[in-house]
Design a binder for this molecule. Structure first.
Ligand code: ATP
Ligand code: MG
Length: 416
């Protein structure tokens, strides 16, 4: 029988690449943790209606990409395809918005599931780190999030990315634009499904990635020309604050997002080295979502950055993160007595906070030294060579010299 493979559209995170993943999660969350965002964790699945109502009945995520299941107890659940609806649900359930401290600022990190056409950079199981600022309408909050995402990417050394910014208007001005866009779309040569989409949610046609569609959208009316005064002023303030922070962005009048809940500010981070899966993160304001899922009016803004694609972006830019050495000390013992003592020494070191490892499995010296070399790979290494007290010291010393040249050992502590 052949061995099992990871399901289609998924992959396993294994060392050493998995260390880069952890570092990316950490780099994205650090600016958030330093800016008053508290950590939140929600279940990997929710009642399916949370997403159909929250994300939107006509979105690809809900109609095509959701993993749904019915439990033995007849609960209709969905594996979470995104984080915002869950985080807002949890904040409402815990009454965080009633504790007088708005906005409630939260960050999260986890796995998300979408039944997508699997390809490089597009998976059925992927990771995001996200942030939500719930319950305040303040352009500084939108600006803060854009600036923090930029800071996160830059702290990783990424340079080949762009920030696209747009405003989707609000319930005042968007309906007028919607109609104008619909009128335009009806005159195009579109397939049945896209025409249907134009009737239900015309803005999403702007997000169609196919060139045949994009070509026809060249003269489409732009939301920017339809924004009401309040939305225009809000957007100008976001732009001014982001600009003042020295963060460059591009106005993209056609930027819409694949989820229905966005209003006003929307933005996307795109990377130049990822081919067609170029979005490394995105977000925006979602002033209506709370009411859509049964809560009070809570204007909010947030983003989610894709960890998988950020790692691919690092690889595309040839960036190797300066990760801390996994193991500072690697202990190799020769002889049973030395082994026992050395194992105790390793335990002591670990208790003192020194990362230490030990050659397991009763290997010979050569194999053990190979382990030692593997343990520290790219970093400064310290090895302990335990010799059985008094015996074979001369041989041990020669072996040490031999292995030092053979395996380019940086430093070696003899311990008897
Ligand atoms: P795309 O347009 O590429 O489908 P999206 O608009 O669906 O992206 P969001 O829902 O905004 O993406 O999710 C935020 C980020 O999560 C994306 O920018 C991307 O980095 C990542 N992401 C989304 N879907 C996937 C996926 N299937 N595989 C890997 N990463 C993903
Ligand atoms: Mg998508």
């Amino acid at each position: 029988m052949s061995t099992f493979q990871a399901p289609k559209g998924t992959y396993d995170l294994i060392p050493p690449r998995s260390a880069t993943f952890l570092a990316v999660r950490d780099a994205i969350s650090t600016p958030l943790r330093n800016s008053g965002y508290g950590y939140i964790e929600t279940p990997g699945f929710e009642n399916v209606e949370l997403f159909s109502r929250g994300v939107g009945e006509s979105t690809d995520i809900v109609t095509k990409e959701m993993y749904t299941l019915t439990t033995k107890g007849n609960d209709h659940l969905a594996l979470r395809p995104e984080g915002t609806a869950s985080v807002l649900r949890a904040a409402l359930q815990a009454n965080l918005h009633k504790q007088g401290n708005l906005p409630v600022k939260l960050w999260y990190s986890g796995s998300y599931y979408r039944y997508e056409r699997a390809q490089a950079g597009r998976y059925r199981h992927f990771s995001q780190v996200g942030a939500e600022a719930i319950g305040a309408e303040d352009p500084a909050l939108d600006a803060e999030l854009i600036i923090l995402a930029d800071q996160a990417y830059r702290s990783l050394g990424l340079r080949n990315f762009r920030i696209l910014l747009n405003s989707l208007g609000d319930k005042e001005c968007r309906p007028v634009y919607r109609e104008a866009l619909q009128g335009f779309l009806r005159g195009l040569d579109l397939d049945e499904e896209t025409l249907r989409r134009a009737e239900i949610n015309p803005l999403r046609v702007l997000d169609d990635k196919r060139e045949s569609v994009q070509k026809q959208l060249v003269g489409a009316p732009l939301l920017g020309d339809y924004l009401c005064d309040a939305c225009k002023a809000y957007h100008e303030e976001v732009r001014a604050l982001v600009t003042a922070a020295g963060v460059e962005f591009e106005d993209d009048g056609k930027l819409v997002r694949g989820l229905d809940y966005y209003t006003r500010t929307t933005f996307e981070f795109v990377h130049g080295g990822l081919g067609s899966q170029s979005a490394v993160g995105g977000g925006g304001r979602y002033d209506g979502l709370s009411e859509m899922i049964g809560g009070p009016a809570l204007p909010s803004v947030g983003w989610a950055l894709g960890v998988d694609r950020t790692v691919l972006a690092l690889e595309a830019e040839g960036i190797e993160l300066d990760l801390p050495a996994v193991t500072s000390v690697f202990a190799v013992a020769i002889g049973e007595e030395a082994r026992r003592i050395l194992f105790g020494k390793v335990t002591e070191l670990r208790r003192e906070g020194v990362s230490a490892d030990f050659s397991f499995g009763g290997k010979g010296l050569k194999g053990a030294m190979k382990d030692a070399n593997r343990s520290g790979a790219r970093y400064r290494r310290w090895y302990w060579l335990g010799l059985n007290a008094g015996t074979l010291f001369g041989v041990g010393f020669c072996t040490w010299l031999m292995y030092q040249s053979l395996y380019e050992i940086n430093s070696l502590c003899l311990w008897c």
